[in-house]
Structures are given as C-alpha cells and as structure tokens.
Design a protein around this ligand. Structure first.
Ligand code: DSN
Length: 426
C-alpha cells in the first residue's frame, strides 16, 4: 500500500471506530468518553510540547502557560481526592504504578498483592511492573464468595511475610477492600500501603466506594480515564505530609518513569478534575445505581450474576458466568454480544485457570452508558438485549439494528460544563 492510501485507510478506520461505538452499547469497564471541553484541551498545541520538571522549575523555556494549567490541575486534584499531595503527570495507571513502586520499594523487596487470576492488574504481577522492579511477589488468599482478599488469611500472610510493601486494588473490582484492618497489620510490620484505585478512582472521589487515603493507604495510584472520566493517563496521590515522600513520588514520575508526560493530556486531566469537582458526586452515585440495577436485571433475565448475596456489586462493574470453569464460554459470549452491537470483555472467574481463551465470565462496566444519560430503566433494556443475544439466541443482525436504534437516544456526553456529542467528528 502506498503512503497516501495507507493514510486514507487509517483515517477511515479511525472514523469507523467512532461510528462503531456511536451505534453500540460499550461496556468495557475500563473505558469512558471525553467531555467536549476535555477534548478541546487534549486536541491542542500542547500535543507537541515538552515541560520536564514541575511548575516553576522546568528544564525548558516556554512553559509559563503550562505552569498555570498544571498548578490549577494539582490544586484541583488535591481537593477532588482530599489529599495533601497530587502528581497529575503520569501517562497511564501502569506508569503510576511503576512510579509508586520505584518510590516505595527497592529491588529484592517483598510485595503482597491480589493475583491476576483473582482480578489483580497485570502491573501487580511478575509479568508486569512488580517484575520490572525486581520484587518478590506474594499473593493474598482470595475469598471467592465475597470477591475480596480473605481477611483472616491475608492478615496472617502479612504478619508471616513482613512484606516491605502491601498493594491492594484490582481490575476486577466489585467491592471495597477491607482496607483498614489490613493496613493496620501492614503498618505493624513496618510495611507501606499502596492502593491501586485505577478502576474505582471516580467512585472514590465521588464518595460512593471507599476512602483509601483515610483507611490506611500511604499512596493511591489510579487511571484518569475509567470511572474518573478524563483523558487516558494517571495520578499519584497521598495524604502524607512527608515532604521526602512527596519528592520521591514526583521524581519517580519525572525523571523516573516519563520524560515527556503528554502535556495535552495533563491539560485534559486538569479540565476533567474541574468538571468532576462540579458534577462528580452525581456521576459516581449514578454509576453505582446503574451497576446494581444491571446486576439485578441480568439476574431476572436468567443470567448467573456473581455475588448475588452481596447485591452483585458496589462499584461500576458486574460479573456474569456463562459456563463451567475453563469452558471458554465467556469468550464465546463476548463474541456473540459484539455481533449484536454490545462491547464487553471475557474475564476469569473463580475456578478458571486459563486467562487467554478459557474464561467462563464477562466483566461488564457502566461508566460510559451512565455518561451518555442511561439510568436504571435503561439497564433493564440492556439486560433484555443480553437475553435476546445469549439466551434466546436471536439473529445477531436484528438485535444489532435494534441496539443501534436504542443507542440513538444516548448521544450526548453529560456530567460536564458544556454537554455535546459523545462520539464527535464522524
Ligand atoms: N486493562 C485495563 C482493564 O481493562 O482493566 C486496565 O489497565
């Protein structure tokens, strides 16, 4: 393909992707969409600029305006997350974790974390940031009924192993971590506590999940684009007053983990923080209401929804089981749903051992559906589409067409200063 044709083909695929989501029901729990003002900040001249260092202490000239942006962003982040320290430069949740691990540990240290099979993120694993930092990983025993670390067994594990760092948080995150008790045990053995709030950061800031920085976490990391609805990137947060720790955390992002830290996304994050300060509590509360409603509606339709006895979820996620362990039924369900215009991802559930092809579950998220104005009534509609696709096994093209009609009423991004097209530019 010649370069001009390649360019056309790429841009066509870019438009097609936006169009695909415009007509679909997007339910990837880690995704969200940008508000018009965040989009404006991201699609700006800052895209091509550098500003190594902190506001007022840069390695390049020309940063006065960006200093203003980053200063306002840091101050807003400190209010939104109610903390003494915020760094808003990280380019992703994983980069935030790499930086926090650099600040809080040294190679050869022992860390405890949730295993990836139980929902821990890949950056908590030997294959990811924990391995890159050269840490010895010990994983928590998991309570499959409650879908959280087994408290008594994890307390023993922390006391027996005396890790240098204890890490909490998951990518499959239905319920708050029993953090206070576990943090107390960690601090008793001289360990620092790190909480990865990537998925639930918007719920935490909105006051509807848990409050890790008040429950014992020394440092909280997170993504800026999941339940916190900003551009792709990350945060490093702490309520510690220890200036040495603040310096270590700042240095661990620059020069530690980033040179350029994507100024356009920092500006977008700063706008998203300001919008969250105004609209975030309502947004977070509506997300959790919708997730609970979706869990109940899917159960009523006949699906096996995980954690029924706990009300299915207290977060933005719902988990469904579609067959026996390692049956691959989650992958098949995700494929059928995509044929019907519903975008989800397969997920391991308790009992599954094969991450890539064998999972029996689906992880469903409602942040984007909530952001375009869907409420608990629409969660019934979404569950009905699931039943038509997976239980009644209706012709996918017919379901897909009705999904598109249904979605046409939900094309405006909300919980922001200037509502506008959720899927612009097509
Ligand atoms: N892979 C993302 C998720 O979907 O949870 C987190 O990085």
């Amino acid at each position: 393909m010649n370069p001009r044709d390649a360019t056309s083909k790429i841009l066509q695929a870019v438009d097609d992707s936006g169009n695909h989501y415009r007509h679909s029901i997007p339910m990837i729990a880690s995704e969200n969409i940008l508000s018009p003002l965040v989009r404006r900040a991201c699609d700006s001249d800052l895209h091509g600029r550098y500003a190594e260092g902190l506001p007022g202490k840069r390695y390049y000239q020309g940063c006065d305006d960006f200093d203003t942006i980053e200063e306002i962003g840091i101050e807003t982040a400190r209010r939104v997350f109610d903390c003494n320290f915020a760094n808003i430069q990280s380019t992703s949740g994983t980069v935030s974790n790499i930086a926090a691990l650099k600040a809080l540990s040294k190679p050869g240290d022992t860390i405890t974390a949730v295993s990836t099979a139980d929902g821990g993120h890949i950056s908590h694993a030997r294959m990811g940031a924990v391995g890159v930092r050269g840490l010895n990983l010990v994983t928590y025993p998991w309570d499959e009924e409650r879908m959280e670390p087994d408290i008594d067994a994890s307390l023993s594990l922390i006391r027996d192993n005396e890790p240098n760092l204890v890490l909490f948080g998951q990518s499959v995150f239905l319920f708050p971590t029993p953090l206070r008790e576990l943090s107390d045990a960690a601090h008793e053995v001289g360990s620092r506590v790190m909480y990865d709030g990537a998925h639930v950061l918007g719920l935490i800031a909105g006051g509807v999940f848990q409050d890790p920085l008040r429950e014992g976490a020394d440092v909280m990391t997170g993504s800026s684009h999941k339940t916190f609805p900003g551009p792709q990137g990350g945060f490093l947060l702490s309520d510690s007053e220890d200036a040495t720790l603040h310096k270590r955390l700042n240095n661990s992002i620059f020069p530690g983990a980033c040179s350029s830290y994507h100024l356009h996304h920092v500006a977008g994050k700063a706008v998203a923080l300001a919008e969250f300060e105004q609209f975030g509590e309502d947004y977070a509360s509506d997300i959790v209401k919708n997730a609970k409603a979706l869990g109940a509606a899917l159960s009523s339709e006949g699906f096996d929804v995980i954690a029924e006895e706990r009300g299915y979820t207290e977060s933005h996620q719902v988990l469904t089981r579609h067959g026996g362990p390692d049956s691959g039924s989650g992958m098949r369900a995700a494929q059928t749903l995509e044929d019907c215009g519903i975008i989800t991802n397969m997920n391991m559930l308790p009992g599954d051992t094969k991450a890539m092809s064998g999972p029996s579950g689906l992880r469903l998220g409602v942040p984007e559906l909530t952001r375009v104005g869907m409420g608990v009534d629409e969660m019934q509609d979404v569950a009905r589409f699931f039943a038509r696709a997976l239980i009644n096994k209706e012709e996918p093209s017919i379901v897909k067409s009705e999904v598109s009609t249904f979605k046409s009423d939900f094309q405006t991004v909300r919980y922001c200063f200037e509502e506008g097209p959720a899927y612009p530019g097509i």
